[in-house]
Design a binder for this molecule. Structure first.
Ligand code: ADP
Ligand code: MG
Length: 344
């Protein structure tokens, strides 16, 4: 490996293929790419028009001949061809030359099937990887959050992404118990859309709903509840309309999917062997993924589980950093790989 006259040729890379965002980590350089997992295609001929941030900007704004697609939306690969196209595009962007092929670690939602995992591996190899290894998302998240996963101690990680929430207890480098549900940040956005529709007869786009969630969303009562204007289309008149909503309203709106996420944590705790629960009681549950940034989620989870809760520093990057660390120490990767395939 290492530097040569061709630049980063041959540098191994790790890819966090998330339902909302894809990140690429290059060995020795860190995270070099961070883009939404979105592809805009021309419906007529199936050709991609834009990938990543540019494609995300098109969501909800496309004419009938363009479609903005999120190939991994619900934690399953909805459209394999588009997924492969996107992966290939991102890999080529950070590894433009093909003199020597990199080894690649790919992190996928743990809910995808064995066939889909194999297909992702093939796509990566087709896109220029010498060999592609699949790492389970909660494992990468735990490593990226700095948890001592190889120790004989219970480590609990909750990764809340766009389309999925993964909860896992890890000890001695292996997953002891885990739960993966297809509810994540997207469901909170959708809940905001239906709430605003029902309460105010106002139609919102996905992007606006996400912005509202980030600005006003919370998981527990705030010291000072805030009010804000939101804009959408009146369902009756069809005209633009502005309404005033509050953090309290939005909290009510997202309660149902949020409760489902909290339940997944409780169920996993229930299934955790007592020795490991005791470890978690002292170490705390670590939150990763973009959903970890929801205001007050730590306080709420602490109240509901009686466990200390820690939001990982840099939660959106944990999975990419964790899979990147596997690259930096390839031996660690092999251990994780063999453990994760035997523990399931
Ligand atoms: P994935 O791994 O599935 O690609 P990410 O870990 O990148 O997902 O997280 C994306 C999700 O996190 C989206 O649903 C996004 O709306 C949500 N998110 C990002 N920032 C915040 C925030 N500050 N508050 C609440 N949710 C957030
Ligand atoms: Mg993720």
């Amino acid at each position: 490996m290492g530097e040569n006259i061709f630049g980063f040729v041959g540098r191994d890379m790790a890819v966090d293929l998330g339902t909302a965002n894809t990140l690429v980590y290059v060995r020795g350089r860190g995270i070099v790419l961070n883009e939404p997992s979105v592809v805009a295609i021309n419906v007529k001929d199936g050709h991609p028009l834009a990938v990543g941030a540019e494609a995300k900007r098109m969501i909800g704004r496309t004419p009938s001949n363009i479609q903005a697609i999120r190939p991994l939306k619900d934690g399953v690969i909805a459209d394999f061809e588009i997924c492969e196209m996107m992966l290939r595009y991102f890999i080529r962007r950070v590894h433009p030359r093909r003199f020597s092929k990199p080894r690649m670690v790919i992190c996928v939602p743990s809910g995808i099937t064995g066939v889909e995992k194999r297909a992702v591996q093939e796509a990566a190899e087709y896109a220029g990887a010498r060999k592609a290894y699949i790492v389970e998302e909660p494992m990468a998240a735990a490593i990226g959050a700095g948890l001592p996963i190889h120790e004989p101690t219970g480590n609990m990680v909750v990764d809340i992404g766009g389309g999925t929430t993964e909860v896992a207890v890890i000890s001695l480098g292996g997953i002891v118990t885990s739960q993966s549900i297809r509810i994540g940040g997207d469901e909170l956005d959708e809940a905001i859309i239906s709430f605003v529709k029902k309460e105010y007869s106002l139609a919102l786009g996905d992007r606006t709903a996400e912005e509202i969630k980030i600005a006003l969303g919370s998981a527990c009562e705030l010291e000072e509840e805030l009010h804000a204007e939101i804009r959408g289309r009146d369902l009756v008149s069809g005209l633009p309309k502005t309404i005033v909503t509050s953090t309290k309203d939005i909290r009510r709106a997202i309660e149902e999917p949020l409760a489902a996420i909290i339940d997944a944590v409780k169920i996993t705790l229930d299934k955790t062997p007592p020795e490991l629960s005791a470890d978690i009681m002292t170490q705390g549950i670590v939150l990763t993924g973009g959903g970890a940034l929801l205001h007050g989620l730590d306080v709420r989870l602490q109240a509901e589980t009686s466990m200390p809760i820690v939001v990982a520093p840099d939660p959106l990057n944990c999975v990419a950093l964790g899979s990147g660390m596997c690259l930096e120490e390839f031996e660690a990767l092999q251990q994780v790989l063999s453990y994760s395939s035997s523990s399931r």
